[in-house]
Design a protein around this ligand. Structure first.
Ligand code: ADP
Ligand code: ZN
Ligand code: ZN
Length: 734
C-alpha cells in the first residue's frame, strides 16, 4: 500500500514558511488532503492540536517514519481570510507554474522579526572640493568621527543615517553638529504618510455626468442582484474615470465592503492619492515600494482588523486581506508593470478576476488604451464595456502629423529632426510655449557599428550591444561592462565605426545647437538616478524653467503640463521593431500616451511622429486616435499567428553555465510536450547575462489546461535531468 505524506506549515505569516513539517496522511483522509487544505495537527512535545496548511502532498519521506505523526483532522467550517489566501496561492501555483512556497510568499506578507527603525538619509551639501577640504581639516584636527562622515559622503553623497551610526560608529550628536554647520542635511526618507492625518472624511465630489452615472448605475444594479461581474472603462485621460472609481468605492464602502485600488507605481501621484484621502480620510492606506515589508505587513494587519476601507497601491496591494472585499479597481490596466517579473509570474488582471470570483467582488478595469487582452475579454463577453467619450478637463485633442524620415533623408535632411518638427519647435519657442521630445532610448548614442563592414560592438558577457557615452566610454546596460570607444573597427580596420541611433543626450546637444537660446531639460535613466530627481525635473518643467523637455518613456506618464503644445516622437521605429509579439500594442500605447501630453491646457496641441515606417498600423491608428481600428488589425495578427490572447503561450527560460546544456535540456523538455505547438529552442534575445546562458522554448496552445499539463511534463523532465546549478523559469501569457 502506498503511504502519503503532507508537508504542513503552521504559521503562514512567518519566516517558518520555509520550513514545513511533514505529517502522515491517514488512509481515511487521503482523498481530502491536498495543497491549500487546512488541517489540525499535533504539534511539539506536548502534541498540542494546532492549525496548519498543507503545501505539498508527496510519497517521499523526509524523516524517519516513526518520527512522523498523523494528521489529526481536516479542518472544516468557517473559511478564514487565511484559508482564502492559501487557496489563491494554490491557484497561482498551478496557473503560473510556480512552487507552492513561491506562491505563498507572494500572497502572504511575512511578519518581520525586528521593528523597522525610522529611516533617515544624510545628504552632503558641500561641493566635492569643499568637502575634501573639510575632510583634510578634520583629519588635521584629529576629529576622527567627523572625518569618517565626510569620507563616507565623498564616496556616496547620500547615505542612510543608520549606516553612519551603526557601521561608522558616529554619534547622533556629531551628525547634528555637522548639520548645524551646513555640511550635511538629515532628512526623513519619504514614506507615504497620510498628509491629512485625522482629517474628516467625506469631501465633496462634483456631480456625475450622464455617462458616468450610467456606469455607476449599471454596476449598482448588478451588485443589488448579488452579481460580482467584470467591467472595462475605456476613456482617455481626463474623461472622468477616477471620478467613477471614487463613486464606486464610496458605494461599496457604504454597503459595508472594502475596496482595493491598483494604480501603476509611476502614476501613484500625490493628486490621485489625495482624491481618495479627501473622501475616505484615515480609512484609506497607500501601499507602495517605499514601504518596508514590515510596514506593509502592518497595513495588511490594519486591513484585516477592519481599520481600513480602501487600499491603494501597485500590483501587490491585490493581496490585501480585507474581510469583506467587494470591489477591485485596476487603473491603467494596460500597464506592463501589472505583470510580475518573478515567479509566480502572475498578472494582476487575471489574478484580480480570480480573487473577484472567489470572494464575490466586482472587478473594474480602466484605461485610455485598453490592453488587447482586456478588449478581447470584452468581445468574449467576459467584460462589460463602458466608454467615456469626453475630456472633462477641457483642452482639445491634439492634431497629429506623421513625418517620413526616409523622405527627409532623401531630400538631404541629415538631422534628427524632420522639417515639420523643426518649424513647430521654432514656433513654440517664439510663442513661449513648451515642447516635449520623446525618445525611447537612453545614453549618448545607440549601438556602435562599422559603416564599412557592419560589425556591431557587443558585451562579451551579456551579448547585447554596448552603448556609447559622452565620457568616451562604451557600456553594457545589463552588467556594467565598460571599455573605451574604438577608433577603428576591430574586424576590418575601417575608421568609420560610429554610433547609429540617437540617444537622449545627443538629442539634447542637437537641440542646443539648433536653438542656442532654448532652455532644455533632459530626463532619462541617467539624470534620474538619485532619489527625488525624477520629481525635481518634472516640477521644474511644470514651473516653466525650461522650454523643451527631452526624455525617454518615463515622461509620457502622469503629470499635467498645461503649457505643452507640441510633442515630438523622434523615432517611433525604436518600439515598432521590438522583439516580441506585443511590439505593435506597445507602440500604439506609447504614441497615444505621448500624443496625450500635448494640449492639456486651453491652447490646442500638436504632435509630430517621426518614423521610417509611416504606414505601420500602430502609427496610423495612433495618429488618428482610433483605438477600435488599431484593435481590429492587432487581433487579426494575433489570430493569424496564434498569439495570446487568441491562443495561450508558455515561455520556458533555461539558465545554464554551458551553452549546449541549455539546448540539450530544452530539446529533452520539448519532446515531453504531447499537445501544442513547440517553437524553438533558441537563444534568448539576451543570450547571456553574467556568464549564464539563456535558452528559450515556447509552447502555444488554445487550451490553457493543456499548457499546464505540458509545463508539468517538462518540469518532471527538468527535475530528473538538470544539475543543481541549472535553472528553469516558466512564464504563461494568456
Ligand atoms: P481620468 O481618471 O479619466 O483621467 P478624472 O476622473 O481625473 O479623469 O477627471 C478629470 C477631471 O475632470 C478632474 O479634474 C475631475 O475632478 C474632473 N471631473 C471628473 N468628473 C467630473 C464631473 N462629473 N463633473 C465635473 N468635473 C469632473
Ligand atoms: Zn568594419
Ligand atoms: Zn554585459
Amino acid at each position: 500500500m502506498t503511504e502519503w505524506y503532507a508537508d504542513v506549515i503552521v504559521d503562514i505569516s512567518h519566516e517558518k514558511l520555509d520550513r514545513p513539517f511533514q505529517y502522515h496522511i491517514p488512509e481515511s483522509m487521503v482523498d481530502m488532503v491536498w495543497e491549500g487544505v487546512c488541517v489540525q495537527i499535533p504539534f511539539g512535545a506536548g502534541n498540542k492540536l494546532i492549525k496548519g496548511y498543507v503545501i505539498n502532498v508527496t510519497q517521499t519521506l523526509q524523516f524517519d517514519r516513526d518520527k512522523i505523526k498523523d494528521i489529526y483532522s481536516v479542518e472544516q467550517g468557517d473559511v478564514t481570510i487565511e484559508d482564502e489566501l492559501i487557496r489563491l496561492a494554490g491557484w497561482m501555483k498551478r496557473y503560473y507554474g510556480a512552487t507552492m512556497i513561491q506562491a505563498l510568499k507572494t500572497v502572504i506578507p511575512v511578519k518581520q522579526k525586528c521593528k523597522p527603525v525610522e529611516k533617515k538619509l544624510v545628504t552632503l551639501l558641500l561641493s566635492k572640493e569643499a568637502a575634501e577640504e573639510k575632510y583634510a581639516f578634520f583629519l588635521k584636527k584629529h576629529q576622527a568621527a567627523r572625518a569618517r562622515v565626510l569620507e563616507a559622503l565623498l564616496e556616496e553623497p547620500e547615505i542612510p543615517y543608520s549606516f553612519l551610526t551603526e557601521k561608522k560608529h558616529v554619534s547622533s550628536v556629531t551628525l547634528k553638529a555637522l548639520a548645524e554647520q551646513g555640511i550635511l542635511e538629515i532628512q526623513a526618507q519619504t514614506v507615504y504618510r497620510n498628509p491629512l492625518q485625522g482629517m474628516e472624511a467625506g469631501g465633496k465630489l462634483p456631480p456625475l455626468s450622464g455617462e458616468q452615472r450610467h456606469i455607476v448605475e449599471r454596476i449598482r444594479q448588478d451588485r443589488e442582484q448579488g452579481l460580482a461581474k467584470k467591467y472595462l472603462i475605456h476613456g482617455i485621460t481626463g474623461s472622468g474615470k477616477t471620478r467613477v472609481y471614487l463613486e464606486l468605492a464610496k458605494e461599496a464602502v457604504e454597503a459595508g465592503g472594502q475596496v482595493i485600488v491598483l494604480i501603476p507605481e509611476i502614476a501613484l501621484t500625490y493628486q490621485t492619492v489625495m482624491r481618495f484621502y479627501k473622501l475616505f480620510g484615515d480609512r484609506v492606506s497607500v501601499i507602495n515600494s517605499t514601504l518596508s515589508p514590515g510596514e506593509k505587513y502592518d497595513q495588511f494587519e490594519r486591513a484585516k482588523k477592519g481599520e481600513l476601507d480602501v487600499v491603494i497601491g501597485p500590483r501587490s496591494a491585490l493581496f490585501t486581506p480585507f474581510p469583506g472585499l467587494s470591489l477591485i479597481i485596476i487603473d491603467e490596466e494596460h500597464e506592463t508593470s501589472y505583470k510580475s517579473e518573478t515567479m509566480p509570474r502572475y498578472h494582476a488582471r487575471e489574478t484580480a478576476a480570480k480573487i473577484g470570483q472567489m470572494r464575490n467582488a466586482s472587478v473594474v478595469l480602466g484605461s485610455a488604451t485598453p490592453s488587447v487582452d482586456a478588449y478581447y475579454g470584452v468581445q468574449n463577453g467576459e467584460y462589460e464595456l463602458f466608454t467615456l467619450t469626453r475630456r472633462l478637463t477641457g483642452g482639445t485633442l491634439p492634431k497629429v502629423h506623421i513625418a517620413d524620415l526616409r523622405k527627409e533623408l532623401k531630400e538631404g535632411n541629415r538631422t534628427a529632426f524632420s522639417r515639420a518638427l523643426q518649424e513647430r519647435m521654432a514656433d513654440r519657442l517664439a510663442k513661449g510655449e513648451q515642447t516635449i521630445l520623446f525618445l525611447n532610448r537612453r545614453g549618448y548614442a545607440g549601438f556602435i557599428s562599422c559603416r564599412s563592414c557592419g560589425y556591431v560592438v557587443k558585451c562579451p558577457h551579456c551579448d547585447v550591444s554596448l552603448t556609447e557615452h559622452r565620457d568616451g566610454s562604451m557600456q553594457c546596460h545589463y552588467c556594467g561592462y565598460t571599455i573605451p570607444i574604438m577608433k577603428a573597427c576591430p574586424e576590418c580596420g575601417s575608421p568609420y565605426i560610429m554610433g547609429f541611433k540617437a540617444g537622449t543626450q545627443q538629442i539634447e546637444t542637437a537641440v542646443h545647437k539648433m536653438f542656442p537660446a532654448a532652455r532644455v531639460l533632459r530626463m532619462d535613466a541617467d539624470t534620474t538616478k538619485t532619489k527625488g530627481s525624477y520629481e525635481k525635473i518634472l516640477s521644474a518643467f511644470a514651473d516653466g524653467e525650461a522650454d523643451i523637455l527631452v526624455g525617454t518613456q518615463m515622461i509620457v506618464k502622469g503629470h499635467d503640463f498645461p503649457n505643452v503644445t507640441l510633442v515630438g516622437v523622434l523615432a517611433a521605429d525604436l518600439s515598432i521593431n521590438g522583439h516580441d509579439f506585443t511590439a505593435g500594442e506597445r507602440t500604439f500605447q506609447l504614441l497615444t500616451q505621448a500624443a496625450g501630453r500635448a494640449g492639456r491646457g486651453d491652447k490646442p496641441g500638436e504632435v509630430v511622429i517621426q518614423t521610417y515606417q509611416p504606414d505601420h498600423y500602430s502609427v496610423v491608428h495612433a495618429a488618428n486616435q482610433d483605438y477600435q481600428g488599431f484593435y481590429e488589425e492587432e487581433i487579426c495578427y494575433r489570430e493569424m499567428m496564434d498569439y495570446p490572447p487568441v491562443a495561450h503561450m508558455l515561455t520556458v527560460l533555461l539558465l545554464t553555465e554551458e551553452e549546449n546544456r541549455g539546448m540539450e535540456l530544452a530539446n529533452g523538455m520539448a519532446a515531453r510536450v504531447k499537445d501544442g505547438l513547440v517553437i524553438g529552442p533558441a537563444r534568448a534575445v539576451v543570450g547571456k547575462i553574467n556568464d549564464v546562458y539563456r535558452t528559450v522554448l515556447y509552447v502555444k496552445n488554445g487550451n490553457y489546461e493543456a499548457l499546464i499539463q505540458a509545463k508539468e511534463s517538462m518540469d518532471a523532465y527538468f527535475a530528473t535531468h538538470a544539475n543543481k546549478k541549472e535553472l528553469v523559469q516558466y512564464d504563461f501569457s494568456s
